[in-house]
Write a protein that binds this ligand. Structure first.
Ligand SMILES: Cc1ncc(COP(=O)(O)O)c(C=O)c1O
Length: 367
């Protein structure tokens, strides 16, 4: 099977892990060991942010950012429903209400017009997501946030290397949250990071990731144990160094697929609007005017040919059993996209020969 994504681990990562093990420093009481600190500095530089705070998952990053923004019971947070559940989950954990809004059908990212309509007196924050690695259109969202004094927490979990208006994603947000889960453009196995240009947010989140402590055994605020282990940070430092090459390979694979699939009349190919540079975490196509069953049949045929086509996301969050308890939403573009999209592999481990095979097979299967 040509997998949809695969961690790219080499000798360098293995050596880095062994070095940490031999050093005897596996973690740090405040989650700020030497490797973690090094990784944070490197990552902050990569995304051109003032601060980076490493944590143990992308979900922990989102949770800290939401809690750090002061989101509490009674508050509302506006987000897309067409996302991985973690985006909504952390709002619910904070006791607040996720307010789901529709997407732009061209980009699959949250619609700024829909955000504006959903803002109420209770709205505290907006959580846009750079879905599939395509940067969300942040300028109008920043304007809405400034007008209503809202915090923007950007879910950049899929967008390492993506840029918006020439800047790494996250630049227009108050805080951006990243994931280093095994499938991501760069990985630490499990891991996460928050980046921000705001000194106060950064300081608060550093305390919160470690039981609310500035110094050991004296909690200033409610916190968690969200420490990233030193081994993970060591892997992250190596992966970050390799990331530009990974991204170039993904971009090349995506470009080739686009060239080949242009002939597929029934497919809408992924777009990169002007000023938006994709990270190509997922190469997602849409089977135009299709019913869910027809899309599923194509996905199944591709899988039978050993191509790991996948649907992200079949169940929009607002329709999931738990999340539907927050209210009834009608999100036609989200619900339509969930029935028509599927993603194809473009990860850096894929050869040109395999890309050719994927392209030809998709052309054959989609007629
Ligand atoms: C959009 C999005 N948000 C949040 C997460 C959560 O990250 P993690 O799995 O590292 O907790 C992921 C990835 O899994 C994701 O794709």
């Amino acid at each position: 099977m040509i997998s949809i994504n695969a961690p790219q681990i080499g000798e360098e990562e293995i050596e880095a892990v062994v070095k940490v093990l031999k050093s005897g420093i596996l973690t740090h009481g405040l989650g700020a060991g030497p490797m973690v600190t090094k990784f944070e500095k490197k990552f902050a530089k990569f995304v051109k942010a003032k601060h980076a705070i490493a944590v143990n998952t992308g979900t922990a990053a989102l949770h800290l950012a939401i809690a750090g923004a002061g989101v509490r019971p009674g508050d509302e947070v506006v987000l897309p429903s067409f996302t991985f559940v973690a985006t909504a989950e952390v709002i619910a954990i904070a006791g607040a209400k996720p307010v789901f809004v529709d997407i732009n059908p061209e980009t699959y990212n949250i619609s700024p017009e829909a955000i504006e309509k959903a803002v109420t007196k209770k709205t505290k924050a907006i959580m846009p997501v750079d879905l599939y690695g395509l940067p969300v259109d942040m300028q109008p969202i920043r304007e809405i946030a400034d007008k209503h004094e809202l915090t923007i927490i950007e879910d950049s979990a899929q967008a390492h290397g993506a840029t918006y208006k020439g800047k790494p994603v996250g630049a227009f947000a108050d805080a951006a949250c990243w994931s280093f889960y095994a499938s991501k453009n760069m990985t630490t196995g499990e891991g996460g990071m928050i980046t921000t240009n705001n000194n106060e947010i950064a300081e608060k989140l550093r305390f919160m990731r470690s039981h609310g402590e500035k110094e050991k055994y004296k909690s200033l605020m409610l916190g968690h144990n969200y420490h990233m282990p030193e081994i993970q940070a060591a892997i992250g430092c190596v992966q970050l160094g390799r990331l530009p090459k990974f991204l170039a390979k993904r971009r090349g694979n995506a470009k080739k697929l686009t060239e080949m699939l242009r002939k597929a009349k029934r497919l809408r190919l992924p777009k990169e609007p002007k000023g938006h540079e994709h990270s190509w975490y997922l190469y997602t196509v849409r089977l135009k005017n299709a019913k869910e069953k027809e899309r599923d049949k194509i996905v199944e045929e591709l899988r039978q040919k050993e191509i790991d086509a996948q649907v992200y996301y079949r169940y929009p969050v607002h329709l999931m059993p738990y999340y539907s308890t927050f209210g009834k939403y009608k999100l036609p573009e989200t619900e339509k996209a969930a029935k028509q999209v599927f993603s194809l592999p473009v990860h850096p481990g894929i050869t040109m020969e395999q890309i050719n095979f994927i392209g030809e097979t998709v052309l054959h299967v989609c007629g």
